[in-house]
Design a protein around this ligand. Structure first.
Ligand SMILES: C[S@@+](CC[C@H](N)C(=O)[O-])C[C@H]1O[C@@H](n2cnc3c(N)ncnc32)[C@H](O)[C@@H]1O
Length: 284
C-alpha cells in the first residue's frame, strides 16, 4: 500500500460517525438513500446493496458522542417533531427502528427476502458493533475492509442489479479525488449499478472540481442533489452537502426535489444562500 494511502486511512480512523449521527447531512443522505432503494424495488428482481463506508449501524443519540455534539438536534429531531409529507416514510422508518439508524440499518430494513447487502467498515470498533448488529442475518455480510478496495473486489454482484452507497468521512480534502476514482472503478466493474456518493459542501471550489472530474471521467448519466443551509464560504463549517447519483432510477429528477425542499424547509434557518437543487451533471 503506498504511504499516502496509509496516511489517509490513519486520518480517517480519527473519524467517528457517532459524533455526527442525525445531523442535517445524515438526514439528507438517508432520505435520498430511502428514495433510491424504494425506486429500485419497483422491479421484483433481487437487488444487491453495497455500503462501502457503513459506520456502526445504529446510534444512541441521547448519550455518548451524539449527545455531546448535539448535532442531531438540528437534524433528525426537527424532522421527528414535525414530519413533512415527502419525508413521511423515511422518518416513519427512523421512528420504527427506535435506536437512530445509520445507512446499513435503513437499507437492511428495506431489503426484501431475496435482496442482499454487504457493508464495509475499517474502524475496528465500529466493525465489531456492526457485526453484532447483523449477527445471524443471512442477508447481510459485514467486512472489515477498505472501501476503495471493496469497490473493485465486490462488484459486479451476481444479481446484476444493485445500489452502491459511498459515504467517506471527508477528513481529508484528497477524498474528493478518491471518490471520483472509486466511482470510476465501480462504473468499470458494474456499469449498470446505481451509485450514490455523499460529499460535503464547505466551499464551492472542491465541489466544482469534483463534478468537473466526473464530467471528464467518461461515465454517463450523473445527477447531483444538493442542499445548502447557507452560502458555502466558510471552510470550517458544513454549510451544505450533496449526493451524486450515477444511473439514477426513473423519476429521480422529478421526485427528489420535493424531498430536498422539505428538508430545507425544516432544517434551514432562512440564511442567505440556502438552496435545494437537483442538477444534471452528465447526460444519459
Ligand atoms: C460518514 S461515516 C459513514 C456513515 C454511514 N454511511 C451512515 O450513513 O450511517 C464514514 C465511515 O467510514 C469509515 N471509513 C473511513 N475510511 C474507510 C475506508 N477506507 N474503508 C472503509 N471504511 C472507512 C469510518 O470509520 C466511518 O465509520
Amino acid at each position: 500500500m503506498p504511504g499516502g494511502r496509509v496516511q489517509v486511512i490513519i486520518e480517517a480512523m480519527n473519524y467517528r460517525h457517532a459524533y455526527h449521527a442525525g445531523n442535517f447531512g445524515d438526514c439528507m443522505k438517508h432520505a435520498v438513500l430511502f428514495w433510491l432503494l424504494r425506486a429500485l424495488q419497483r422491479k421484483p428482481t433481487p437487488l444487491f446493496v453495497l455500503d462501502t463506508h457503513a459506520g456502526a449501524g445504529c446510534y444512541d443519540l441521547a448519550s455518548g458522542p451524539a449527545a455531546r455534539t448535539g448535532e442531531w438536534q438540528n437534524g433528525i429531531a426537527m424532522l421527528l417533531s414535525d414530519v413533512p409529507q415527502p419525508l413521511a416514510d423515511y422518518v416513519g422508518l427512523v421512528r420504527a427502528i427506535g435506536l437512530y439508524p445509520g445507512s446499513p440499518a435503513i437499507a437492511r430494513a428495506l431489503l426484501r427476502p431475496d435482496d442482499r447487502m454487504a457493508c464495509c467498515e475499517l474502524h475496528p470498533e465500529d466493525t465489531a458493533v456492526l457485526r453484532r448488529h447483523f449477527a445471524g442475518d443471512h442477508q447481510v455480510a459485514v467486512h472489515h475492509r477498505d472501501a476503495w478496495e471493496a469497490v473493485g473486489a465486490l462488484l459486479p454482484p451476481k444479481e446484476r442489479r444493485g445500489l452502491v452507497l459511498i459515504d467517506p468521512p471527508f477528513e481529508d480534502p484528497q477524498e474528493f479525488g478518491q471518490l471520483s476514482q472509486g466511482l470510476a472503478t465501480g462504473g468499470r466493474r458494474f456499469r449498470t449499478g446505481v451509485y450514490a456518493a455523499w460529499y460535503p459542501i464547505k466551499q464551492r471550489g472542491p465541489v466544482r472540481q469534483f463534478l468537473a472530474d466526473l464530467q471528464q471521467s467518461g461515465m454517463r448519466d450523473i445527477v447531483a442533489a444538493e442542499l445548502c443551509l447557507r452560502e458555502p464560504i466558510d471552510p470550517g463549517r458544513l454549510n451544505g452537502c450533496g449526493v451524486v447519483v450515477v444511473n439514477p432510477p426513473y423519476r429521480f429528477e422529478q421526485e427528489v426535489p420535493a424531498i430536498l425542499a422539505a428538508l430545507l424547509d425544516r432544517l434551514g434557518d432562512r440564511e442567505p444562500g440556502e438552496v435545494a437543487v437537483v442538477r444534471r451533471i452528465v447526460d444519459e
